[in-house]
Each structure stands twice: as structure tokens, then as C-alpha cells.
Design a protein around this ligand. Structure first.
Ligand SMILES: [Zn+2]
Length: 517
């Protein structure tokens, strides 16, 4: 445009002999130049304006992008990835190449790994190649310090085992040191095996709570109470009194230990005393863990003493007004299953223990069908003889198929649910843990997928129930804290814990030898 105007002007300057024509011509040319100059001026202004606007927009877009980036790239404490993330959330059960973002111990995001890393930065990332990420397992019934009695009394009838071996050994050996040594060993085993929450029911719960706080796991500690002398107690009054004090003391604390009551069973605690526990638990809003309908001998005793069955007996005492975690529940009628469902009793199935003590086979498929809240447990290591929840998962899936002549009962997803969110519902922890869902506490585990027994993989849930081994657990996280990473336990000194357990076991062995001299 500029070059054309210059040519027009130079043409005019070159002159023309016809004045009128020249005048007209000049006048026309002048007007044209004026118009062109105006146009040029207008266009120049337009382009300057557009350029200015463009610069402003560019700055604005960059600023917005930076702001948006700052908004989406939120800082979190931890990102944990998984080749497969098994969430136990029915709306999003398995995420391939997934990840979880954790802040302040809480799950803040769950999704595809690339989405999570696009939106979150973390000071620590646990990578998930060749790993399954799933919720930590929930052991709904155990007596963890009994790992110190592992393998001491096997192959005995239930009441013989309990009354002639376990109760006397507890009376002789269980003290605060036994609890400390035994529970550290148990925590080591549970962290190694991917158990992140458990319901414990054993002596000196204050000492047990200390160990749980330091090793980093989560637990309901049910303070024991029984009608006859037990470690630290003369009988009911002092054991129940101590249980009430323990629950009151822990009520104000909001940590990983939840205090509860642990009356042993309806055959070792009188109806009057069970009523006392029930009232205290109701007043303090605390859970009750109890052995219930475990063995045929128990049924006979309850029938003889109260002309009743264990479940009807404790229901009549008002126990089910509380959050009750009933362990075993092997012997019951169809009507009693309905009571358990209606009263929202949490039932913990302990397949290994039930088989080992020959207590019988619990009607778990029927209870599930009727809507009973069901979890899984190992029981104490004296009747198992370990705290390996993967074994309970597999046995629960197999045992009921065998005894029912029906391979369709207890599907893999059903059993995995019992060890995770179903177990959390049964013990009353489902508001905190059990599935990988935003808002829940970050209790997570990773399983290694590289073992020959995990290869090939067509169905991740099938592997978790039928193929996996406890030693495949490589990461254990509770409340967003890593307790084990790449198979290395971070919160306990493995060698020291084992050495202390072996030293105590040596003293127990010597004491038993001396007693038999
Ligand atoms: Zn038990």
C-alpha cells in the first residue's frame, strides 16, 4: 500500500500539459491520496490496536494458564500408583494404570495415573509398575500377642485346648512385657502381610495401644473381661472396671486406636456381667468384641445353664443394642441369622481357626444372603497359627464351596469384599477405611505382580483371592504413612523384634521345663 501511494504522487509530479485535465487529475489524485492516506492511517491504527490487543490477550492467557496450572497442580503428601488399582468401590472397581493422591492421611483423588500426576505434585511417589494397589486388609478378630504361643498347643479339642492349655499359659506368662514383645512381633507380621486394621481382644490393652501407636497400624482394642482370674485381674469386678477406665481414657483420643469392650464369651461371662458390659458400652458409645456361637460345647453349656442358644441369650440381655463384633458364629439357626442381620451385628468368619479347633463350618453364604455384615479374621496365632489374612481369604472362598457342593458360592469378589470394605462395615470402621474412595483414610497396600504364580494375569481379583501369597505384599501404608516400602519395614526393627520374641520364648520354654521336673 505505501509503495502504490508513492508511485501515484511521483506520477503527478512528472507533470501534465492539460491544466484542466491536470487540475482535475491532480484533484482526483489528491482525493485518492487523501482517502488512501486516511485508509492507511485507519489500517495502521487498526493493526496497532490489534497488535496491542493481541499482546494483552497473550499476557492474559499466559497468566490464566499459570493460574490454572497452579490450581490443578495441587501439592499432596503422597501419590501411590498401581498397574491395577482395586478400589472396592462398585462404581469404579478396577482402574488400570491408576493412582491415588493422599494429603494429611486422607485420600484426596483416585483416578488414572496420568490424570493424577497432571493435577497433583507430591513430595513422595510410590510407583506402581507391576503392582496391584488395593485397600489394606482388615483382620476382624484376633488376639495379636498370642503369637508368642504360636505352635505350643496344636491338634486338641477346643475346650481342652482353651481350658487346659491357653488359659493356664496366659495365667503364667502374660504380663505387660509379654504383650509388648508379642504385639511388636504381631505388628511386624501384619505390616509384612498387608493387614492395616485389626480388632484385638487381649490383656493389658494400654500396653497394646502403645505398640499400635508406635508401629503405625490401626486397631480396635477390646479390653478383656472374664468372670474368673485372668492376667492382671482377680475376677470380673476388677477386669470390667479396668475395661471401663481404658475405654474412658481412649474416648478423648482420636488416633488410630479405638477402644472397646471384650467380654470373652457367653459361657465365660455371666448374664448379669454381660448386661453390665452392654450398659457401659452403650453409655460410652464403644464397640463390643465377643466370641459367639463358636463351638458345640458352648451350645451345650448355654442350653444347660439358660435353656437358650448363645445368640438368643445375648440378644435377650440387650447386647445387640450396641455395635457388636461377634467372632466365629458357627452354630446358629435360620431365625438367628435374621436376628443378626436385623440387629446389624458384625460377624467375623475365622475359617482357619474353626477348622483347626474343629469348631465346625459357619453358614457364611446363608448369612451373606440374608444381609449379615461379614468380615474375616485370623483369630489368635495359637489357633491358626499365623496372622496371614490371605490364607483366610482363600480358605473362605474354598471351604464353603466344598461343604456346600457348590462352586458358585463365595465368589472371589465376595470374599475380597469381606477382607476389605465388608470387614470395615462389620467392625464399624467403614466411615474411615475399607475402600479406595476420596475422603477415606489412606490405608493402602501394593502387591507385586512379577511372581511366576501371578503370571499371566487375566483377572486381578481372581489372583488376589486364589493365587496371591502374603509375601507378595511390598508396600503397606496406614493413615498416609508408609510402614513398609519395597518389602522393608520402616517402623519396626525386624531383627530386634524377632530377637526379643525368641528370648522371651526361651524363658517360657525353660519355665515349662522347670515346672515339669
Ligand atoms: Zn478369638
Amino acid at each position: 500500500m505505501i509503495a502504490i501511494v508513492s508511485n501515484e504522487i511521483s506520477g503527478y509530479s512528472a507533470g501534465n500539459n492539460n491544466r484542466k485535465h491536470v487540475k482535475n487529475n491532480i484533484s482526483k489524485k489528491y482525493r485518492k491520496v487523501i482517502i488512501m492516506r486516511m485508509k492507511y492511517k485507519f489500517d495502521l491504527m487498526y493493526y496497532v490496536k490489534m497488535l496491542f490487543l493481541g499482546i494483552i490477550m497473550s499476557i492474559s492467557i499466559q497468566a490464566n494458564a499459570a493460574q490454572a496450572n497452579a490450581e490443578v497442580q495441587k501439592n499432596v503428601d503422597l501419590i501411590v500408583q498401581g498397574r491395577y488399582v482395586v478400589t472396592m468401590d462398585p462404581e469404579n472397581p478396577v482402574i488400570e494404570n491408576g493412582a491415588v493422591a493422599v494429603k494429611g492421611g486422607v485420600i484426596v483423588a483416585v483416578g488414572r495415573s496420568d490424570d493424577i500426576t497432571a493435577h497433583y505434585t507430591a513430595s513422595k511417589t510410590v510407583t506402581g509398575k507391576d503392582r496391584i494397589l488395593l485397600p489394606g486388609l482388615i483382620n476382624g478378630h484376633t488376639h495379636t500377642a498370642m503369637v508368642m504361643f504360636r505352635g505350643m498347643a496344636d491338634d486338641l479339642a477346643f475346650m481342652t485346648w482353651l481350658k487346659e492349655y491357653i488359659f493356664p499359659m496366659e495365667g503364667q506368662f502374660v504380663d505387660p512385657e509379654f504383650i509388648e514383645v508379642g504385639m511388636n512381633l504381631a505388628c511386624l507380621e501384619m505390616i509384612r502381610g498387608g493387614t492395616t486394621s485389626f480388632v484385638d481382644m487381649y490383656f493389658y490393652p494400654e500396653k497394646g495401644a502403645e505398640v499400635i501407636e508406635s508401629c503405625g497400624l490401626r486397631a480396635i482394642m477390646a479390653a478383656p473381661a472374664i468372670d474368673f482370674p485372668s492376667p492382671g485381674f482377680k475376677g470380673w469386678d476388677d477386669s470390667h472396671g479396668a475395661a471401663v477406665s481404658f475405654v474412658k481414657n481412649y474416648k478423648s483420643k482420636s488416633g488410630r486406636v479405638i477402644a472397646g469392650f471384650g467380654p470373652h464369651s457367653p459361657y465365660t461371662v455371666s448374664p448379669e456381667h454381660l448386661g453390665q458390659v452392654s450398659d457401659a458400652a452403650l453409655a460410652l458409645d464403644a464397640p463390643i468384641s465377643i466370641h459367639l456361637a463358636e463351638d458345640r460345647a458352648e451350645l451345650a453349656q448355654i442350653k444347660e445353664r439358660y435353656d437358650s442358644t448363645p445368640i438368643v441369650h445375648v440378644e435377650g440381655l440387650g447386647l445387640f443394642r450396641n455395635k457388636v463384633i461377634a467372632a466365629h458364629v458357627v452354630h446358629l439357626t435360620a431365625a438367628e441369622i435374621k436376628i443378626l442381620a436385623k440387629q446389624k451385628v458384625g460377624v467375623i468368619h475365622n475359617p482357619t481357626s474353626n477348622m483347626k479347633t474343629a469348631a465346625g463350618v459357619s453358614p457364611v453364604p446363608e448369612m451373606l444372603k440374608q444381609g449379615v455384615r461379614m468380615g474375616l479374621g485370623t483369630d489368635g496365632a495359637a489357633s491358626n497359627n499365623d496372622l496371614n489374612m490371605w490364607e483366610e481369604i482363600r480358605l473362605a472362598a474354598l471351604l464353603h464351596k466344598g461343604v456346600n457342593y457348590d462352586p458358585t458360592v463365595m465368589s472371589a469378589p465376595t470374599v475380597l469384599r469381606m477382607a476389605t470394605i465388608g470387614g470395615a462395615e462389620a467392625v464399624g470402621l467403614d466411615h474411615l477405611v475399607g475402600d479406595i474412595v476420596v475422603g477415606k483414610r489412606a490405608d493402602l497396600i501394593q502387591m507385586d505382580l512379577t511372581g511366576a504364580h501371578m503370571t499371566p494375569l487375566y483377572d486381578v481379583i481372581s489372583h488376589l483371592v486364589y493365587a496371591v501369597s502374603g509375601s507378595d505384599v511390598v508396600t503397606t501404608i496406614v493413615d498416609g504413612h508408609i510402614l513398609m516400602e519395597n518389602g522393608k519395614i520402616l517402623t519396626l526393627d525386624t531383627e530386634k523384634v524377632r530377637a526379643k520374641a525368641n528370648a522371651l520364648a526361651g524363658r517360657i520354654t525353660q519355665a515349662l521345663k522347670d515346672a515339669n521336673k
